[in-house]
Write a protein that binds this ligand. Structure first.
Ligand code: SF4
Length: 388
């Protein structure tokens, strides 16, 4: 089983906080579609014949294209890769969900939709420089539901300085009222060189507060869990049976192929990432040159990645699986590492950041607030450059 991700970098405007590879321009829009099809053909052997189980069109804003154009790319993928996709997701921005667009989707294979709502308050959307209104956010969900689509995920952002706790609670209530089976909630982070970073440094926008972010996270966790959602990954909540299969691939080490500028791929041995310049990507694809850089992962890197990603999920970090996947963990010359792992987990349990059940380690509610730091405590020595 494997997955394919397609990156469409075009956006109508650039959100202040965005650090994805995205372009507020439509230049080369049709050239990109042709290049994506070509890359889908050229990368036929990357996943070594594994059956494709999930496909995800993300960005950027894939819905900048008409539905039938996205379907063309999807068909090229299905012709060139052995696939029985159970989940084909399309990321959409609320302003694109017109009645006509939703009708056109009926002629495509998409069966799951992820909508970047972020907030139901106009002032937050302006603060973030989103391209849609609060009304459009809700009607996007209703339109899809009216057409019979129910496998819908929405994204919310917390920690926005313009959001007080009462308004954040209202955002979560409105998300619940939409009866969508999947909700992702992300903390607003200020990435270097984004517009948000620059505006904060110039004193034009307020810096998000960590305390507010923590309070918002605790509130959404409580409210969604009480409403029956499973908190299956730190930033993701789903009603039973609606966990994102594609994103779960990233967390459980399943192999995936990324198509499009800046898209990443992983085949268990190496990780590769496509160039993050559209013209470069187009030229290289056109001339048949490789359009990616590649890094072979050391077993230490893979080990640390397993610890990091598994701890973030409700399945936890399984000590036995760790030893099965990384036999060097059992070897004598790493016995020091093993005892270090035991000492580190013991300390984290004492600090109520970790709990253990039958050899599987889980973040506690407190531990979830310090997930990266907790994971770093369990890393193999060479990568232990962060601490709590
Ligand atoms: S819509 Fe998404 S990808 Fe586009 S600018 Fe906003 S955050 Fe970035």
């Amino acid at each position: 089983m494997a997955g394919i991700y397609i990156h469409i970098p075009f956006c109508k405007q650039k959100c202040h906080y965005c650090n994805f590879f995205s372009l507020a321009s439509r230049k080369n829009q049709s050239e990109l579609l042709e290049a994506l099809k070509k890359e889908a053909e050229r990368s036929r052997s990357y996943l070594a014949g594994q059956l494709i189980h999930t496909i995800y069109f993300g960005g950027g804003t894939p819905t900048i294209y008409p539905a039938e154009k996205l379907q063309e790319v999807l068909e090229t993928i299905l012709v060139n890769h052995p696939a029985q996709p159970a989940e084909i997701t399309l990321e959409i921005n609320p302003e694109d969900v017109s009645k006509e667009y939703v009708e056109a989707l009926k002629n495509t294979g998409f069966n799951r939709f992820s909508i970047g709502i972020q907030s139901f308050f106009e002032k937050d959307l302006l603060w973030l420089n989103r391209g849609h209104s609060a009304v459009q956010a809700e009607s996007a969900v209703y339109r899809l539901q009216d057409e019979g689509y129910h496998n819908i995920s929405i994204d919310l952002i917390y920690g926005i300085p313009s959001l007080d706790p009462g308004q954040w609670e209202k955002n979560v209530e409105r998300a619940l009222a939409l009866k969508v089976p999947h909700i992702s909630a992300y903390s607003l982070t200020v990435e270097p060189y984004t517009a948000l970073d620059i505006l904060i440094r110039k004193g034009k926008l307020e810096r998000p507060s960590e305390e507010a972010s923590i309070a918002h996270f605790k509130m959404i966790r409580e409210m969604l869990k009480s409403a029956g959602y499973l908190h299956y990954e730190i930033s993701n909540f789903a009603l039973p049976g609606f966990e994102s299969m594609h994103n779960s691939n990233y967390w459980n080490g399943t192999h995936y192929l990324g198509l499009g500028p800046s898209a990443h791929s992983f085949n268990g041995i190496s990780r590769q990432w496509n160039v993050s310049r559209l013209d470069d990507y187009l030229t290289k694809n056109h001339t048949g040159q490789p359009c990616f850089e590649i890094e072979t992962l050391t077993s230490e890197q893979r080990y640390n990645e397993y610890v990091m990603t598994s701890l973030r999920t409700s399945k936890g970090c399984d000590s036995q699986k760790l030893s099965d996947l990384f036999p060097f963990r059992k070897a004598e010359d790493h016995s020091q590492e093993n005892s270090r792992f035991q000492k580190a987990t013991k300390k984290l349990i004492e600090r109520d950041l970790l709990r253990e059940e039958n050899g599987i380690f889980f973040l506690t509610d407190e531990g979830q607030l310090l997930a990266d730091g907790v994971a770093a405590e369990l890393f193999l020595s060479s990568d232990r450059d962060r601490s709590l």
